[in-house]
Design a protein around this ligand. Sequence first.
Ligand code: FES
Length: 118
Amino acid sequence: MEEIEDDDLTWHKVPSKIDDSRNYVKALHVAGKKLCLISEGGKLSVTSSRCPHAGADLTHGWCEDGKLICPFHRHRFDVETGKGDERQHNFIRIYPLKQEDGDYYVGIKRSLWDKIFG
Ligand code: FES
């Protein structure tokens, strides 16, 4: 799999084609991680896939008005900031996504281990 490194992030090429022409929430497997890919209104977001409330799989959730909604207890998370709605006191991780030469790349933070031994 193709990777590009900068100081803190490693950019991992998304292995499959991304369709931004319709709305959906689905799993995205990159660098051994299961992430959540959200397409809403032509805008793409990549988030962590595990709900911080009780561990539900957010890739089975749905998106409404820029909020990813957990299928278990309906916690809502902003797909740009990752912040949960006010009384939830939780958040999900947002992963940067960039497009280069027609391919998409997800930025994943390098661990301390990677920085020392990578
Ligand atoms: S597990 Fe997601 S809201 Fe409870």
